[in-house]
Each structure stands twice: as structure tokens, then as C-alpha cells.
Design a protein around this ligand. Structure first.
Ligand code: FES
Length: 365
């Protein structure tokens, strides 16, 4: 895979627990931290206050304190939490791959305000990382248990082609999304695994570039009817996020490890927006008055009430007692809602059969 995106930096244990170390990744000085509580984090190594060496700072579970004037930055996002008008610092992705330190130089943002194109690139990078994992197999033939009989290669080909179909839909002014078999530029993945990862990132970067160049309000072709570029931007972000989850489950990586809960909440919301827009009255999702309450425990606004009536389903964002309540971390709930995980991954209060049936009929494959 391209060294510009992912760089291998030697053994993880060259960084003592509870400390940071500085590396040069291309031209970028990067500080990688290994908190005692676990995990790896990477930030731009130069303090935005007056250039102090962040890699030499004091590290706790969530923060690093610059050794020069004690400004503090979140390890996960680079957000400056000590005030004083000091800028945030760029945060990158650092992972432990079988004891080897790998840094991805796609910047994460401080704070959690979603910028869909940026998030799309982050999720595509994580997807490509999973495709590059040894467990995917040299020929990418590892099965993807959450996607029927697909292999990792099938999944990568699907996601790379979806990105290109949406790019071509917008760029050609088609009145609806180009169909599955459409002849799109660069639409066939290469044979070699490393080239597949680069091909995926090339397609995601082109898509993000098309979104930015088009502007959010432009009318374009959607699923059988016109939509906006902003709709596609959100749709493709979550398409990429959920397939990243598939790929990580397939190769044994911890799923969605660095995903902000707010992003997963938006993933659930978008999933249910699709359901209510396109099939709220379908026989499959109708019911006889059952109610299901979903509650995310690690982010605000993560509550839904689902009412399955004989005429169709309604989904509202509210906290109301229901036949069954399902609670969990946002990423775990996203996995359950999208049919990627069983109910055992979350807490269930009330009749589990009601929840089970809802997730069965509402997971769109
Ligand atoms: S240089 Fe880092 S706090 Fe001043």
C-alpha cells in the first residue's frame, strides 16, 4: 500500500508504556503515544503553542501535556483542552499490527463535528488497512461472515465500485444512480492486494473531491429519484463505515476502534432515515403495535423509539418506555442495527424476541 498513506515504523514496544516518541513520516513530524491504559495515538509532534516537543510530554489515559508551558491536548483528537486560544493539533491514526507500529497520515479532526468528506476518507483508510491485514489472505480470499458468501476481495470490489458509480453519477449528471453493471472509469480492482488498497483510496479520494467540487445543495440522481450531493455524501460515508466494520470483522481487527460515538449515532440515524424514506410501509417491517427503544450510552442524542403498526413503521428520536429497550455503546448499537452483531453485544431490557424480530426485518443486508 502507498507509503504516503500508511507508514510502518518498527516495533510498537520501542515506545515505553506511558510515554511518547517522535518519528518523521515523510515530511511530517509525528508523535506516537502509548498510554498505560492501552492503545496507540498519533499527533503532529510540534506543539501549536510555541513549537514544544509533544513526544516528550506527560501522558495519561486521554491527554498529553506539552513539556514547555503545560498546554494539554486530547490524544484521540488533538483538541487543545487547556484554553488560552491555543490551536488544536492534527491527530493521525496509529495502529498495532502484530506488534508493528503503523501510522496513517490522514488527519483526524479535533472535536466531533462531522465533515462527511473528511470522515469518508478516514473510514476508507481504515477499510484499506483491514484489506491489507495478513488475515485477509494474499489473494483476499478470506470470507466476510457478515456479507453472505463474499470474500474480502468481493467486498473491496463492491465498495470501490460504489464510490466510482456515485462519482460518475454526479459527474455525468445522470438522473438516477448508475446501475451496478455500469461501465465506470477505473472500475475493476487490480490483482495484487497492495494495489487493491491503493485503488480503494483512489476511488474514495475522487469521490470526496467530487463532493467538495459540487457543493452540498446541487440536485443529482439518487436511488431512483433526484437527491442532493449532501445526501450522497452522508450515504457514502456510512456505506464506507459499515463496510469497514465488515472488513474488520472478517480479518479479526477490533471493529470501529477509533470511531467517535457521534459518528456511529449518525450512522444509526442515517440507516433509519433510509428505512423510513424507502420502505416504512413495507409488509416486512409492519407489526401489531410493538415498540422498541434504542439508547446509546456514550453520546448525546442517541435515542430512538420504533413503533411497528399495521400500516407501517414510525421512528422518532425520543426517550419513551417501550416493550423492549436496547442499550449500548454507539458502535455496538450500530453493529446490531445494521445486522452485523447479535443482541449479546448490547443490553436488553424487556422482551428480547421483540428486539430480535425488529433487527431481523430492519437490517438491509
Ligand atoms: S510550546 Fe507547548 S505549551 Fe508552549
Amino acid at each position: 500500500m502507498s507509503g504516503a498513506v500508511r507508514t510502518r515504523l518498527g516495533p510498537v514496544d520501542q515506545i515505553p508504556l506511558g510515554e511518547g516518541r517522535a518519528f518523521l513520516v515523510g515530511d511530517e513530524p509525528v508523535a506516537v503515544f502509548r498510554p498505560r491504559s492501552g492503545g496507540l495515538h498519533a499527533l503532529r509532534a510540534t506543539c501549536p503553542h510555541r513549537g514544544g516537543p509533544l513526544a516528550d510530554g506527560l501522558v495519561d489515559a486521554d491527554l498529553v501535556m506539552c513539556p514547555l508551558h503545560n498546554h494539554q491536548f486530547r490524544l484521540a483528537t488533538g483538541e487543545c483542552v487547556s484554553g488560552g486560544g491555543v490551536d488544536d493539533v492534527a491527530a493521525y491514526t496509529a495502529t498495532d499490527e502484530d506488534g508493528e507500529l503503523v501510522v496513517s497520515l490522514v488527519a483526524r479532526r479535533a472535536g466531533c463535528t462531522l465533515v462527511p468528506s473528511d470522515e469518508l476518507l478516514l473510514q476508507a483508510t481504515a477499510f484499506a488497512d483491514a484489506v491489507s491485514a495478513p488475515a485477509a489472505g494474499d489473494d483476499l480470499s478470506a470470507p466476510v461472515p457478515t456479507c453472505g458468501d463474499w470474500t474480502v476481495r468481493d467486498l473491496a470490489a463492491h465498495l470501490g465500485r460504489v464510490h466510482r458509480r456515485v462519482t460518475a453519477t454526479i459527474e455525468t449528471g445522470a438522473d438516477q444512480m448508475l446501475d451496478r453493471d455500469a461501465d465506470v472509469p477505473d472500475g475493476v480492482p487490480p490483482d495484487s492486494r497492495d494495489e487493491v488498497a491503493t485503488w480503494l483510496l483512489r476511488g474514495a479520494a475522487a469521490l470526496a473531491g467530487t463532493f467538495r467540487a459540487s457543493g452540498p445543495d446541487r440536485q443529482v440522481g439518487g436511488f431512483g429519484r433526484p437527491t442532493t450531493v449532501a445526501w450522497w455524501e452522508r450515504r457514502q460515508l456510512h456505506e464506507t463505515l459499515v463496510h469497514r466494520l465488515d472488513a474488520e470483522l472478517a480479518v479479526g481487527l477490533e471493529p470501529l476502534a477509533d470511531v467517535a460515538p457521534e459518528l456511529a449515532v449518525d450512522g444509526i440515524a442515517e440507516w433509519y432515515d433510509l428505512l423510513t424514506d424507502f420502505r416504512s410501509g413495507s409488509r416486512r417491517v409492519r407489526g401489531s403495535g410493538e415498540t422498541i427503544h434504542l439508547h446509546v450510552t456514550d453520546a448525546p442524542d442517541g435515542e430512538w423509539l420504533i413503533r411497528r403498526g399495521p400500516e407501517g413503521v414510525t421512528i422518532t428520536r425520543e426517550h419513551v418506555k417501550a416493550d423492549v429497550a436496547v442499550r449500548g455503546r454507539a458502535v455496538d448499537l450500530l453493529a446490531v442495527v445494521t445486522g452485523r452483531a447479535e443482541l449479546g453485544h448490547v443490553e436488553v431490557f424487556g422482551d428480547p424476541a421483540v428486539a430480535q424480530d425488529w433487527f431481523r426485518v430492519s437490517a438491509l443486508g
